[in-house]
Design a protein around this ligand. Structure first.
Ligand code: 6PG
Length: 251
């Protein structure tokens, strides 16, 4: 897989990456609201997205963004209650959504506490179909992190969700974590208008090289499945994560 250079942005450190990602969120929100009157975003778990949420909760973004116009969704969730320390919803509420003037009725969390994980996925798919009034929901923006094993959202290597091409959302059992996750499928992510990967840290460097410059092996590196059909794809990286990229792509 070879990504054109203009799909990559490289920042000196995680703080600059968080600032740039927050700025991008702000400009996409303004543009989308001006064009379509709304902005739908799917948020992610993970430490790199979390740093960006904290940045958005500060000046100048906290006071200047049209928060009440934004619809918030999640790209994936751990199968726990919304107040559990592992919950992506809880993390986002604590770092961002409780600190800015969002409309509570525009927060659409994944009902991942449902013991029937497949039903939880179907319930979220129904929420998406109804909110977007479409069988193929199109997010304005999907934020993604990438794990050191190449997973993104809860699309983990070798798991069943990688084969889900007809569904919007699926429940995915992840053997190495011995736990269930609920995740958007690659198809739903690829239908988005904008997809933004946030990746930081030296521990991601080898996987990032394999994902961006190695052979196409999505069973091993699910992040390679993410190639929006008509939307734009941007990888926002810190310098440490790019340490093993070839001269063409390195910062
Ligand atoms: C989650 C995620 C997951 C995450 C990556 C990267 O719920 O864990 O949505 O896909 O974004 O694992 O996480 P880090 O940025 O912490 O490495």
């Amino acid at each position: 897989m070879k990504l054109p250079k203009d799909n990559l942005e490289i920042y000196d450190n995680p703080q600059e990456l968080a600032w740039a990602a927050a700025s991008r969120f702000a400009s996409l929100a303004e543009q989308s609201i001006a064009e379509r009157g709304t902005f739908s975003v799917a948020l992610s778990g993970g430490s790199t997205p979390k740093a960006m949420f904290s940045r958005l909760a500060q000046s100048p973004f906290a006071a200047s963004l049209p928060w009440s116009e934004i619809q918030f969704f999640w790209g994936d969730e751990r199968c726990v209650a919304p107040d559990h320390p592992d919950s992506n919803f809880r993390m986002t509420m604590e770092t961002l959504l409780s600190k800015v003037a969002v409309s509570p009725e525009k927060i659409f969390r994944i009902p991942a506490e449902d013991d029937d994980h497949h039903r939880a996925a179907e319930r979220y798919a129904t929420t998406l179909r109804q909110t977007f009034n479409s069988e193929a929901p199109q997010f304005d923006l999907v934020f993604l992190g990438m794990g050191a094993d190449g997973h993104t959202a809860s699309l983990f290597p070798g798991t069943k969700a990688l084969q889900a091409t007809d569904q919007i959302v699926v429940a995915n059992f992840v053997e190495k974590l011995n736990s269930w996750r609920i995740t958007l499928t690659a198809k739903t992510i690829n239908d988005a208008r904008n997809v933004l990967f946030l990746v930081a840290g030296e521990d991601k460097a080898a996987t990032l090289r394999d994902v961006l410059e190695g052979q196409y092996q999505p069973e091993i590196y699910p992040s390679q499945l993410i190639q929006p059909a008509d939307g734009s794809l941007l990888w926002m990286l810190d310098e440490a994560a790019t340490g093993l990229l070839s001269g063409d792509n390195a910062g």
